[in-house]
Design a protein around this ligand. Structure first.
Ligand code: GDP
Length: 436
């Protein structure tokens, strides 16, 4: 393997549930699982991630040389390389059966490796026998987690524990930089904000000439990230009449949203939220881009009114409930610096990918009884779009869809980006179109 990921190795006697656990964590259905001991024959590995910690999971199921005989030293021999390079070793036992001398022998050998090791007591759903608890402790492994690989119980804490210390990978930033559109009605303060954002870093501002004088993008580098403000000539251009200026602001919004990764909607705090603000913000929402709602000219408003103003914004722009609201003064410069970090966060949220394994562990934590969610997977990014396979066809109740989206945000931190949910119901026979 060219790019080595940290590995987590599962070891245990045949039939304790190694393959089921492997499938549970990776969200893959690759291992052949059966009731017969030793039915998994291949050495299995799969890359997956938990909370951005990417790792490779190795199921040593196939490493058991002799199906019927459980010889710890043989397991160890076969799995030697995998174990020696492992980030963490998981010793999996069956909570319903007695610990054998072979288990003890294997535990002792594994401890000698000097690797972080966790004992996972599987099949805890069927009630791991109290009387056996003492036995598990006697294996001399400090970290013990009762789990049910089959039913997903206790898996979250367990995976969190075994992946501890694996660095979280931030989503990749594009080489080119993050494209930002600043939109809003005339006099909201777009040009002033642009000057504040690019002016702060004037030394490294590099205007990139477009094909025409009309489209000039300006790049600003901040903490190693490039921000490209698009159509800066357009932002600075003023309409001659009020009506022309308003039309121009709408045209600019529609055009620039399409080209942007993140859209900053500028509003004038001294005027409140107006109809044109809602129109322009509406385009940003329809564009499916990440959106930041920026309340400018905050220097003109007495402090302590933030909550009230934010409620007003939320009331008028209900459809943008996922967009963060920032209060700033482009002219004075207060609060402007916060935008860079927020733009980056919104961009990363929109391009974030959650693995199927993570999603299916997430599904298990939901309090959701409208229908059974069989499976969930992320189909695309920008915006993040998820496909839910459920046991019924048709859309979800609105409130349940909201619940799901909110939980996704809470769990995976999607800031400022819309989230799409697509439902694929398991079609019942009578729902299927008749063959012609
Ligand atoms: P644009 O049409 O959206 O590009 O708006 P401008 O940037 O040209 O700003 C319109 C007017 O509002 C100008 O007179 C600015 O000086 C003023 N302005 C912009 N930002 C602020 C601010 O944060 N506070 C105050 N008090 N005035 C501002």
């Amino acid at each position: 393997m060219p790019n080595k990921l940290p590995t987590i190795v599962i070891v245990g006697r045949p039939n304790v549930g190694k393959s089921t656990l492997f499938n549970r964590i990776t969200g893959q259905r690759r291992a052949i699982v059966g009731d017969e001991p030793g039915i998994t024959r291949d050495r299995l590995h799969g890359a997956t991630s938990y909370e951005g910690r990417r790792f490779e999971l190795i199921d040593t199921g196939g490493i058991v040389v002799n199906d019927n005989e459980y010889i710890p030293s043989q397991i160890l021999k076969q799995a030697k390389v995998a174990l020696e390079t492992a980030h963490h070793v998981v010793f999996l036992v069956d909570g319903r059966s007695e610990i054998t001398s072979s288990d003890r022998e294997l535990a002792a050998m594994l401890r000698k490796l000097g690797k972080p090791i966790t004992l996972a007591v599987n099949k805890a759903d069927t009630g791991a026998k109290e009387s056996l608890v003492h036995d598990f402790y006697s294996l001399g492994i400090k970290d013990i987690f009762p789990i049910s690989a089959e039913h997903g119980l206790g898996i979250d804490e367990f995976v969190n524990h075994i992946t501890e210390g694996i660095p979280e990978e931030p989503p990749e930033l594009p080489e080119r930089g993050i494209k930002v559109a600043i939109i809003g009605r005339p006099n909201a303060g777009k040009s002033t904000l642009l000057n504040a954002l690019t002016g702060e870093e004037r030394a490294i501002v590099s205007p990139i000439a477009g094909t025409t004088r009309d489209s000039i993008d300006e790049t600003v580098e901040r903490d190693g990230t490039k921000f490209i403000f698009i159509d800066t000539a357009g932002i600075r251009r003023k309409g001659k009449t009020k009506l022309m200026a308003e039309k121009l602001s709408v045209v600019m919004a529609r055009r620039n949203i399409r080209m942007a990764d993140v859209v900053v909607v500028v509003m004038d705090a001294s005027e409140g939220v107006l109809g044109l603000d809602a129109t322009i913000a509406g385009y940003a929402h329809e564009g499916g881009r990440s959106v930041i709602l920026c309340v400018n000219k905050w220097d003109l408003i007495s402090t302590g009114k933030k909550k009230e103003f934010e409620e007003n914004v939320r009331y008028h722009l209900k459809f943008l409930d996922y967009a963060p609201v920032v209060f700033l003064s482009a002219k004075v410069g207060t609060g402007v610096h916060k935008l860079f970090g927020l733009i980056k966060e919104c961009y990363e949220s929109a391009t974030k990918r959650v693995t199927t394994g993570e999603l299916n562990r997430f599904v298990e934590t939901l309090d959701f009884d409208e229908r059974k969610i069989l499976y969930m997977t992320q189909a695309s990014v920008r915006p993040p779009s998820f496909v839910l396979f459920t046991d019924k066809a048709g859309p979800l109740y609105f409130s349940n869809e909201r619940y799901l989206t909110n939980q996704l945000r809470k769990r995976f931190g999607f800031v400022g980006t819309p989230i799409e949910l697509k439902i694929r119901g398991r079609a019942r026979k009578k729902d299927r179109p008749a063959l012609k």
